[in-house]
Design a protein around this ligand. Sequence first.
Ligand code: OXD
Length: 320
Amino acid sequence: MRIVVAHSEPGSGLAWRHELAERLPGAIVLVDPGTPDGHDGRHAAPAGFVADWAVGWAPPADFFARQPSLRGFFSSGAGVDNLLRHPGLPAALPVIRLEDAGMGALMVDYCLHELLRIAGRFDTYAAQQARANWTEHAPIPRAELPVGVLGVGVLGAHVARELARAGFPVRGFARGPRALDGVEVLHGPQGWHAFLAATRVLILLAPRTPETEDLIDADALSRLRPGGWLINVARGALVVDADLIDALDAGRLEGATLDVFRQEPLPASHPFWRHPRIRMTPHVSAPTQVAVSAAQVAAKLGAIGRGESVGGIVERARGY
Ligand code: OXD
């Protein structure tokens, strides 16, 4: 088996190559020469290396033209929106995304951290500290912080379940009917309004698709419970930036925690950077865990080799 790794992030290509080669001793695993790690003498794919499988993130523009015999592309992330917009991606090429692979636990930590900050009023204390102001406030009981998780795929379902286990009232929203242990999942246009109306902290964990782009606009934000908060750990394009700022400025929303943005890195001139009610992190809520992820990819390749079906195959028409 021949595998080519095409990763846009320096260091990641070689890390993936190493982890895959360890787990697939019979395979030839090389790094695409058009990527930042593709100049390593020992591990770069020579011109004309034709692979059966590719693994990576944001492959170069000419990558698919150079790899005409691929049987599938394994995304080294959970989201495949960028890959699906790659102009060279062959229409019939199977795309397989990561399924949790250690990201779920990190996502839970990130969201729980933010919820506990909100409940404990830590932003108020940070503002008070700047003024040497000693004033106590009662914490917000968890029962008064109903959480709505938009998107209950592998990661969203995990986050929803764990937050419910931590004592927050949690509802999920999905495209269609979905059963989730201990978490009510709403769906459809009527479910959408009911979901928003029941939610105080809205957590975005849905993929970016034509259906979810700009979904969180002025109307959606105005339907949340008073004292609402938005946590976006999915994709920046789900939120209308100007509507979010308006909702915060008008006090219709208490605050927002943003890990993802329409443009990354976010330009220094963007108003999010300086907004007093926005807390930001640079797309770090759940970085890919290379060893766990490579083990998952290797296990799936093994299953495919035995003629078994695997999870995580992207439905191209649906967008995830
Ligand atoms: C991912 C991401 O999709 O890091 O995995 O955003």
